[in-house]
Design a protein around this ligand. Structure first.
Ligand code: URA
Length: 197
């Protein structure tokens, strides 16, 4: 049937994308990584979360958001009734760890983001949750700060997108946690509206 055919094609697309990421040497980050960190979760997700880049733990374990920031992210998801491996997919702007967790360089973002764009196009999530300025500036093509973009729903290729602070930032700036909480409510509200369509 048509559905089976499109499922088969999607499976091949995922396989090819994953192999390309695993073997990628398009920028210098490939020299110091233990492994590329592709992404994890449901491939027909309600929510696709986009972070910045793997840190030390992620580089070691091969899964995004498994360190301290990841624990906070898990708690944030749980607060609105979701969890990793449920109806969520988690990916990063960069697939390889920048040494010492420095910021991604523009060249690295330019080389790597075609992977993220293909991932999101395959996922077709109900809503995208972009955390931190690197995810936001790539997906929304803006230099505006997170604070100026919060509180309303944006779009990425026709998919609703909600922004918030990066969990690693929140760990250092506890007062902004209440803002992240209202971002989560907007995320959940946006998702409910999508599901009701
Ligand atoms: N921070 C991120 O942005 N991504 C991770 O995977 C881990 C920490």
């Amino acid at each position: 049937s048509k559905d089976e055919r499109s499922l088969r094609i999607a499976r091949l697309d995922w396989q090819e994308l994953q192999e390309e990421v695993r073997g990628c040497s398009a920028c210098g980050l490939c020299q110091q990584r233990q492994q590329a960190v592709f992404g994890v979760g449901n491939k027909r997700p309600r929510i696709a979360i986009v972070g910045e880049a793997p840190g030390a733990e992620e580089d070691r374990l091969g899964e995004p958001f498994v360190g301290a920031a990841g624990q906070l992210l898990d708690n944030m998801l749980r607060a609105i009734g979701h969890s990793r491996g449920d109806q969520v997919y988690i990916a990063n702007v960069l697939k390889c760890r920048p040494p010492g967790n420095r910021n991604p360089a523009p060249e690295e973002v330019a080389r790597c983001t075609p992977f993220l764009d293909r991932q999101l196009a395959l996922l077709q999530p109900q809503v995208i949750f972009a955390v931190g300025r690197f995810a936001i500036s790539h997906l929304l093509r803006t230099d505006a700060p997170v604070s100026a973009l919060r509180g309303r729903v944006h779009q990425w290729q026709g998919i609703p997108l909600v922004v918030s602070y990066h969990p690693a930032y929140l760990l250092r700036n506890l007062p902004d946690k209440s803002k992240a909480w209202s971002d989560l409510l907007l995320l959940q509200d946006t998702l409910q509206q999508q599901l009701a369509k």
